[in-house]
Design a protein around this ligand. Structure first.
Ligand code: PBG
Length: 327
């Protein structure tokens, strides 16, 4: 006996069953949302070089992919469009064009799988010849001129029957602007998952490869947040909450666990963490070299998001995790 040592935390770790009883956080397929990249055409599937295992799909193959994910237990998807350069312009008019393949993909996804949650992305960058999330004039990204375009895009997406609209543009006031527009048009049951604390991050590189959506000049620092700031994330969260957001998102996730935690403490809304493309690519690259054990590292990272306070995790690892769980 060691004098005075009455507490021994190791007692609660003595067996797998004991550890199971005292486990504080759990991860399951119901927590995950799987991002899918969609492109026009049919029978097309292209791997994204900087994101091994992740593809751009034409609509027919996207539906097949969704089905195979659903068979593994996944129930939520967020779709992103890879738009041809020739369809891009300064005001992202293709985003609400009736012939837009992305809108068709959203509609087909809901028609084929009404029971799953489908989320969208609202921002101008995939459709903008400037590669920015808002309207560009004289090298400036204009806030208030972007709002009506974002609202038009939102309505076009809502009409397809989707569950969640995901504004990722970081324009001020866009949550209330699109909430009012949705409600005016009778879409009061369509949810808004706001990219509340979206940082100007270098971790989005592979995603921009996937969509060929990198800014044509400058960076996104006048609208996306400074990675050095946390109080500002709380301010954004308070605004989004008062503007009618249903879910608040932090993005990226791995280098921003403290922000996830702070928003969890500050708000009673569900918190989503977006485990972004660069975070995925880092793990894949290290695993490919045999430097880390992917099968163990991935759940450790995702559980970290839960521990920090995330309810929903958007991750490119979703399908792979669902496969691990099936085995
Ligand atoms: C578009 C958007 C981006 C991401 C999601 N929506 C890129 C950006 O803002 O430049 C990044 C997602 C990822 O890296 O996985 N506004």
């Amino acid at each position: 006996m060691i004098e005075g040592m009455l507490s021994r935390p190791r007692r609660n770790r003595k067996s797998a069953a004991m550890r199971g009883l005292v486990q504080e956080n759990h991860l399951g397929s119901q927590d995950l949302m799987y991002p899918l990249f969609v492109m026009d055409g049919s029978g097309k599937k292209e791997e994204i070089p900087s994101m091994p295992g992740i593809h751009r799909f034409s609509i027919d193959l996207m539906l097949k992919e969704m089905e195979s994910c659903m068979n593994l237990g996944l129930k939520a998807f967020i779709l992103f469009p890879a738009v041809e350069d020739s369809l891009k312009d300064k005001v992202a008019s293709y985003s609400y064009d009736k012939g837009n393949f992305y809108l068709k993909a959203l509609r087909k996804a809901k028609e084929n799988f009404p029971e799953v949650v489908i989320a969208t992305d609202v921002a101008m960058d995939p459709y903008s010849s400037d590669g920015h999330d808002g309207v560009v004039e004289n090298g400036e990204i204009l806030n208030d001129k972007s709002l009506p375009i974002l609202a038009r895009m939102t309505l076009a997406q809502a009409e397809t029957g989707v569950d969640i609209i995901g504004p990722s543009d970081m324009m001020d006031g866009r949550v209330s602007y699109i909430r009012e527009e949705l409600d005016d048009q009778g879409f009061e049951s369509v949810s808004i998952m706001s990219y509340t604390a979206k940082y100007a991050s270098a971790f989005y590189g592979p995603f921009r490869d996937a969509l060929e959506s990198a800014p044509k000049f400058g960076d996104k620092k006048t609208y996306q947040m400074n990675p050095a700031n946390k109080r500002e994330a709380i301010l954004e969260a308070e605004m989004d909450e008062s503007e009618g957001a249903d879910i608040l998102m932090v993005k990226p996730a791995m280098a921003y666990m403290d922000v996830i935690h702070s928003l969890r403490e500050e708000s009673n809304l569900p918190i989503a963490a977006y485990n972004v493309s660069g975070e995925y690519a880092m793990v894949k690259a290290a695993a490919e070299k045999g430097w880390i054990e992917e099968k163990k590292v991935v759940p450790e990272i995702l559980l970290g998001f839960k521990r920090a306070g995330a309810d929903i995790i958007l991750t490119y690892f979703a399908k792979q995790m669902a496969e691990y769980w099936q085995k």
